[in-house]
Design a protein around this ligand. Structure first.
Ligand code: KG4
Length: 367
């Protein structure tokens, strides 16, 4: 079986070819054309600019993915495409291109949720880490239940899976996403875009204890029952990062200008506060749902401190839970993750839908 996967939900135009021989699947090619340079000067993704850039690069990127995998379009058995969530103009380019290829060739088309792709990137093989017992081979069955911390520029979610393609959101951000917090923090400090990689690089040289920033816990205050006894509410699994951003803004306004050392220290403290909140809620969710496997997914999963702290915390508190993280190359948006999710979808006999019915859904939920 050969799958050609296409992803264009935000600012990366991507195509990949996944090939399966007798139950052994392999990512044959994974081409990503990033638009970061186009959006840098605006400090964020400009939707109109992104859509136009996708139009220019989608066909060359698909061609390159086929060429790099030494596959002809006529050899492809399935097309897979991200149809949401994302920017409508960006999604439309991938969806309409996939529909056109499908209509012209008769290759069946499989619509995929972008978030599903991020989760399945963790089952894509390619990394081993004995310390954290990371083990994954494409095609090897992951153990359920699986709990995923999905952290990207647009989403921060805790997702429980009792089986393949069965998703329950058990925690989420009530305001900014974790990646957005990194990006906005970097903008406040005038460091550039995207903020996550810049902040994590500077933070590595900084001292997180030099600034105090809040770690937001949304657990409600205890109440009293009819006998006057304190009743502790269940710890919240939801996230909030907007207060942290305001705290950083206050420091910038009242304590700047900063030396290079102070910027490094601020980055370290800011990163620490985001990571701590993500780890704290993940551990609460692990305690509550007792997953066999914990997956860290999305662009922010590339953050070295988060990868390390979560692995360490899981090892200490829930040593029987396997910890899966995608290789760094598959944390950010890419089409291989969409192909891998399509592979599992087909293996679990979800049939492709008819070509003409597919529409892009910018606010698609994961269910
Ligand atoms: O998954 P992704 O490529 O796009 C979305 O679907 O949103 O994630 C992009 C986000 C950006 O906010 C970026 O700043 C963040 O991932 N990111 C990081 C790191 N690398 C990328 N955040 C923290 N540390 C990193 N090393």
């Amino acid at each position: 079986m050969k799958i050609l996967a296409i992803e264009s939900s935000c600012d990366e135009t991507a195509a990949a070819v996944i090939v399966d021989h007798d139950g052994q699947a392999e990512i044959k090619s994974n081409i990503v054309s990033s638009q970061i340079d186009l959006h840098k000067s605006y400090g964020g993704v400009v939707p109109e600019v992104a859509a136009r850039a996708h139009i220019e690069s989608i066909i060359p990127v698909i061609d390159e993915a086929l060429k790099a995998s030494q596959t002809k379009l006529s050899d492809i058995d399935y097309l897979a495409v991200t149809y949401g969530p994302g920017l409508i103009g960006s999604l439309l380019v991938g969806v309409e291109s996939a529909k056109a290829i499908s209509a012209a060739t008769g290759i069946p088309l499989l619509p995929l949720n972008h978030l599903e792709g991020h989760i399945y990137a963790a089952f894509s093989g390619g990394i081993t880490n004995d310390e954290f017992r990371i083990s994954n081979e494409l095609g090897k069955e992951p153990e359920f239940p699986i709990l995923t911390l999905m952290v990207s520029g647009g989403n921060t979610l805790l997702i429980l899976m009792k089986d393949h393609l069965n998703y329950e959101v058990v925690g989420q951000t009530i305001d900014d996403a974790a990646g957005e917090a990194f990006d906005k923090g970097a903008k406040l400090l005038d460091l550039g875009y995207p903020g996550g990689p810049i902040i994590s690089r500077l933070a590595a040289q900084g001292d997180a204890t030099k600034y105090r920033l809040p770690i937001i816990d949304l657990t409600p205050n205890p109440t009293r029952d009819e006998n006057g006894y304190l009743v502790n509410p269940e710890p919240s699994l939801d996230f909030s990062f907007s207060g942290l951003k305001t705290a950083l803004l206050t420091i910038v306004k009242t304590q700047g200008p900063f030396t290079k050392k102070n910027i490094d220290n601020l980055c370290a403290a800011y990163q620490e506060a985001i990571v701590e909140s993500l780890v704290q809620n993940s551990l609460r969710a692990v305690k509550k749902y007792q997953p066999q496997t914990f997956v860290l997914a999305g662009g922010v999963a590339a953050n070295p401190l988060l990868r390390e702290k979560l692995g360490q915390a899981l090892k200490e508190t829930s040593p029987k839970t396997s910890y899966l993280i995608p290789p760094i190359s598959l944390c950010g948006d890419n089409a291989a993750m969409i192909g891998v999710a399509a592979y599992y979808r087909l293996a679990n006999s979800k049939k492709p839908i008819a070509n003409s019915q597919l529409v892009a859904v910018p606010n698609l939920k994961i269910v």
